[in-house]
Design a protein around this ligand. Structure first.
Ligand code: GLU
Length: 492
């Protein structure tokens, strides 16, 4: 076989640097487990000063979803997982979309036949035999065909697949997390590498691509552990360096079951729609199956650039991690509270607008009231709905033991408050505050005796973000006085 083309392919492969790849199949959403794989893969590259590649694995056409690749780009952008090479930015070892590489695989499959590590197989096997690998390879009439005779049948146009010829003996491969694993080759099937239609199987394509792209660390889910010895045998047959395998344990919804979109578990996009911040999701997902060590062992909050500094492969755990929405909520609350007020307002505004339609309400004044009081962005709207209109409420809301308020003295308080507020020449937080405090003082009452009825009349709620003064200020003079009068009527 003329090796010129193969030599040129070898010559393109960058060396002397860490290279990792995220190789998603375009499914239409970003599974939490996939996001974690992407994150760890990116962190390995970035923490070791290497390159991070994006490769779209779309060979399985049945699973192709329109625009699905866009979701991948969008998610990586949103999460800050920048890529150095990929379908859109190109790079030295492209193309970066598997279907655009389809001509490569057949060449390598035929080369492998020549090397004696694969064979042409002309048998018609049922799909289930193929899928399960359950057929007796000793009984396969093609396995030991005379190579020249087999080649002649191929050249004559007979349909064939190319199968990996698993040798006798055992295979030991190494994984950075699981250590050395030895398997009996008798348990490995002579898997198909190249299908009848000339397209590769996933198991073949990934080895060719990872080699040709110079990938040094292959990060993937532990469901690929059982295929790893077959990949190893392929690398060895070609005489290629074997990358470091990093198999990650699954992300579980509970002790028994993996997280799954089909069973209603949220994807990354779902989590954003549920009011979680991308940064919080990334931070939480980083800790699903990886723990910082040494001086950071007790730290749980990490921005992406901090993760780059502390991440190391050996912190990845073998045991499956359980995804806990409550824990994510805790991370999210932390991130929401830590936002600069302006940033929080920009993020919260659409959620505030959902509940508050009155143009008289300055939403930038409402935002700081809810910032410390929400775990997710979806907690905003239900807290602020009363700004538009006071909901139905019971007069029992006026009765508060600790504040020493009841229906009678609340009505009395509102009757004092109205003229006092009416007399204000300026309607600012401070003037309102001083006015109400002065009123309590003049009546020799605790502040709560005045504040509680005011807040209740303005909101019709037992709990509000912000107290009486904030609410008066935001609602404005006219609306405040109108609501206080309505409160008196409610109590009469
Ligand atoms: N396309 C495969 C998947 O999405 C990637 C597996 C791998 O990283 O090798 O599961």
């Amino acid at each position: 076989m003329d090796m010129t083309w193969f030599d040129e392919m070898e010559a393109r492969i960058p060396t002397g640097e860490v290279r990792t790849r995220f190789a998603p199949s375009p499914t239409g959403y970003m599974h939490v487990g996939n996001l974690r794989t992407a994150l760890y893969t990116w962190l390995i590259a970035r923490s070791m000063g290497g390159k991070f590649l994006l490769r779209i694995e779309d060979t399985d056409q049945g699973r192709l979803v329109a625009d699905a690749a866009d979701i991948i780009y969008k998610t990586l952008r949103q999460t800050g997982l920048t890529w150095d090479e990929g379908p859109d930015v190109g790079g030295p070892v492209g193309p970066y979309i598997q279907t655009e590489r389809r001509d490569f695989y057949a060449k390598y499959a035929h080369l492998l036949v020549e090397k004696g590590a694969a064979y042409y197989c002309f048998c018609e096997k049922t799909e289930s035999e193929e899928d399960s690998g359950e057929f007796d390879r000793a009984a396969d009439p093609c396995r030991d065909l005379d190579p020249a005779a087999a080649k002649a049948r191929v050249d004559a146009g007979e349909p064939f697949v190319i199968r990996q010829k698993i040798p006798a003996g055992t295979t030991t491969f190494s994984d950075a997390i699981y250590g050395d694993i030895t398997v009996d080759n008798a348990d490995l099937d002579d898997q198909v590498l190249l299908k009848r239609d000339g397209l590769p199987t996933y198991n073949f394509a990934n080895v060719i691509d990872d080699h040709l792209m110079g990938i040094t660390h292959v990060v993937r889910g532990s469901e690929y552990l059982s295929s790893a010895p077959k990949y190893d045998l392929l690398y060895r047959a070609f005489g290629w360096n074997i990358p470091t395998y990093v198999h990650c344990s699954p992300v579980m919804r509970d002790a028994q079951n993996k997280m799954s979109k089909r069973h209603g578990d949220p994807s990354y996009e779902d989590l954003l729609a549920l009011g979680y911040l991308s940064e919080a999701v990334v931070n939480y997902v980083a800790l699903l199956g990886w723990s910082p060590r040494g001086e950071y062992a007790e730290t749980e909050f990490f921005a992406l650039d901090e993760l780059v500094k502390v991440f190391d492969i050996h912190g990845i755990s073998k045991s499956p991690a359980i995804f806990d929405l409550e824990k994510l909520k805790y991370f999210n609350a932390h991130y929401l509270r830590a936002l600069e007020p302006d940033t929080f307002f920009a993020i919260a505004e659409p959620y505030l607008k959902e509940a508050i339609h009155s143009p008289a309400i300055d939403l930038s004044l409402v935002a700081p009231l809810v910032q410390p009081r929400c775990d997710t962005l979806l907690d905003i709207a239900p807290q602020v709905d009363f700004f538009d209109a006071v909901p139905e409420y019971s007069n029992e809301l006026y009765c508060h033991k600790k504040m020493k308020t009841d229906e009678v003295n609340s009505k009395e308080a509102l009757e004092w408050v109205i003229p006092a507020l009416e007399a204000l020449s300026q309607w600012t937080f401070d003037t309102i505050h001083d006015c109400l405090i002065a009123l309590a003082e003049a009546k020799e009452l605790k502040n709560g005796r005045i504040m509680w009825p005011v807040r209740t009349a303005l909101s019709g709620k037992a709990v509000t973000p912000g107290g009486a003064v904030e609410l008066c200020h935001i609602l404005g003079r006219e609306e405040t006085l109108r609501r206080l009068c309505a409160g008196i009527a409610h109590l009469s």
